[in-house]
Design a protein. Structure first.
Length: 363
C-alpha cells in the first residue's frame, strides 16, 4: 500500500510539474518599448534589489534551488528596463552562464542513462492510447527512485522559470533555458536590430527544424526564414549579429536548394528526374519576387531543372547514375553550399539552434 501511495503522489507531482507555464510560454502581444540607453545618473534611483543582481546570478550553481532562480528572474524583470545598455548586456551574457550552471544534473553515466529515459517519457504522444499512457506512467514511477535527488528536483521544475525539457532529435532530450527568457525579459530593452534578431531566433528555435537528417517544418517555412534573414541583412548590415544572421541565411538557402539527406529536393532514378512538389511550389513563388537575390537563384534553378528533365530520356544509364555531379555543379554555380559555423574563437563556434541568441560552444 505504501508503494501505491508513493506512485500516486509521484504521478500527481509530475503531472503538475509538466504543465506549461502559460505566462512564460507566450510571447508578449503588446508592442515592445523602445530600448533606452539609460545614463548612469539613474543609478541612484534603482531599487536596492538591482544592485544585488550580479552577485545573485554568480551564486547560482548546480546545487541551487528553484526559489533562488526565481529571485534572480524577478529582479531581472524589474531592473533590466532601469539600467543602462552596457549593464543590460552584461546581465544578458551572465544569465546564460547562470542557467548553464543551474541545469547541470551531475550524477554518473548510469544515472544519466536513467534520466535520458525518464525525461523522454514525461510527455505523452498526440495519439497515445490509455493503455500506452498507463504503461508510460508506470515506467516513470519505476525510474523515479533510480534518479539522483537533483534529477528528481529538476523533473518537478520543468516548465517553471524557463526550464525546458527540449527534444533535440533522434529520440534524445536535453535541458535548456527556454528562448522566451530573452524575448520576455531582455529583448524589449535592446537595440532594434538585436530585438528583431532574438525574437526571430526564438520563434525558429521553439521547436526543431530538422530531425534525423529530415526536414520537420514545411518547405514554405524554410523559404520564409531564408527571406527573413536576407531582409535582415539588408536592413541591419552592421548589426552586432550580422555574422550569425548571414550564417542563418546561408543555412536555410542551402536547405531550399539542396534539401537534406532524408528530405531531398531532387530525386532521380533510371526512369525520371523529379523535384519535390512542395519544394517546386516554393521555388516558383520565390522566382516571382522582385526584391530578393533568392528570386534570381530560384529562377535559374527552375530553368536548369526543366532543361535536365527534357534531356533525361536521352541520357545513358551511366550518365544518369553520375547525375549527382551535375547537381553539385549547379549548386556551386548558384552558391548555395551549406555554410561553415561562425567561429567563436579557437576550437569553438556559435550555436544558433538552441536559444534566442547564438552562443559559443566547443567543437
Amino acid at each position: 500500500m505504501a508503494y501505491l501511495r508513493f506512485i500516486g503522489v509521484f504521478l500527481a507531482l509530475v503531472a503538475t510539474a509538466c504543465q506549461p507555464n502559460q505566462q512564460q510560454s507566450q510571447v508578449a502581444s503588446h508592442p515592445a518599448p523602445q530600448a533606452s540607453a539609460n545614463t548612469g545618473s539613474q543609478k541612484a534611483h534603482l531599487p536596492p534589489q538591482c544592485d544585488n543582481i550580479p552577485l545573485q546570478m554568480s551564486a547560482i550553481t548546480a546545487n541551487s534551488d528553484l526559489q533562488s532562480l526565481t529571485v534572480v528572474n524577478v529582479a531581472l524583470k524589474r531592473c533590466v528596463p532601469l539600467v543602462n545598455m552596457d549593464t543590460r548586456k552584461l546581465w544578458l551574457e551572465a544569465s546564460w552562464d547562470m542557467y548553464q550552471r543551474f541545469l547541470k544534473l551531475g550524477g554518473n553515466s548510469k544515472t544519466a542513462m536513467v534520466w535520458d529515459e525518464f525525461s523522454g517519457i514525461l510527455e505523452g504522444y498526440p495519439d497515445e492510447s490509455s493503455d500506452d499512457k498507463q504503461a508510460r506512467l508506470q515506467r516513470q514511477a519505476e525510474l523515479w527512485p533510480r534518479l539522483t535527488p537533483r534529477m528528481q528536483q529538476m523533473s518537478l521544475w520543468l516548465g517553471k522559470e524557463y526550464i525546458d525539457n527540449y527534444y533535440i532529435g533522434e529520440g534524445e532530450m536535453a535541458l535548456r533555458r527556454h528562448p522566451h527568457f530573452i524575448t520576455e525579459i531582455f529583448a524589449p530593452y535592446l537595440p532594434e536590430d538585436e530585438q528583431v534578431f532574438s525574437r526571430q531566433l526564438a520563434k525558429e528555435n521553439t521547436a526543431l527544424t530538422t530531425n534525423d537528417a529530415a526536414l520537420v517544418i514545411p518547405w514554405s517555412e524554410v523559404s520564409n526564414r531564408a527571406l527573413f534573414w536576407e531582409r535582415y541583412m539588408k536592413r541591419y548590415p552592421d548589426s552586432t549579429h550580422a555574422k550569425q544572421a548571414n550564417f542563418l541565411l546561408q543555412w536555410y538557402q542551402a536547405i531550399l536548394f539542396q534539401g537534406l539527406d532524408n528530405t531531398p529536393v531532387l530525386e532521380f532514378d533510371d526512369k525520371q528526374l523529379n523535384i519535390s512538389a512542395d519544394a517546386m511550389a516554393v521555388h516558383q513563388a520565390l522566382s516571382a519576387k522582385t526584391d530578393s537575390q533568392l528570386a534570381a537563384k530560384s529562377t535559374d534553378f527552375i530553368q536548369w531543372l526543366q532543361l535536365q528533365q527534357q534531356h533525361w530520356p536521352q541520357l545513358t544509364p551511366a550518365e544518369r547514375a553520375d547525375f549527382g555531379k551535375q547537381v553539385q555543379l549547379e549548386h556551386k554555380k548558384l552558391k548555395v553550399a551549406f555554410p561553415e559555423p561562425v567561429s567563436a574563437g579557437k576550437n569553438s563556434h556559435y550555436d544558433c539552434f538552441t536559444d534566442a541568441l547564438c552562443h559559443a560552444t566547443k567543437g
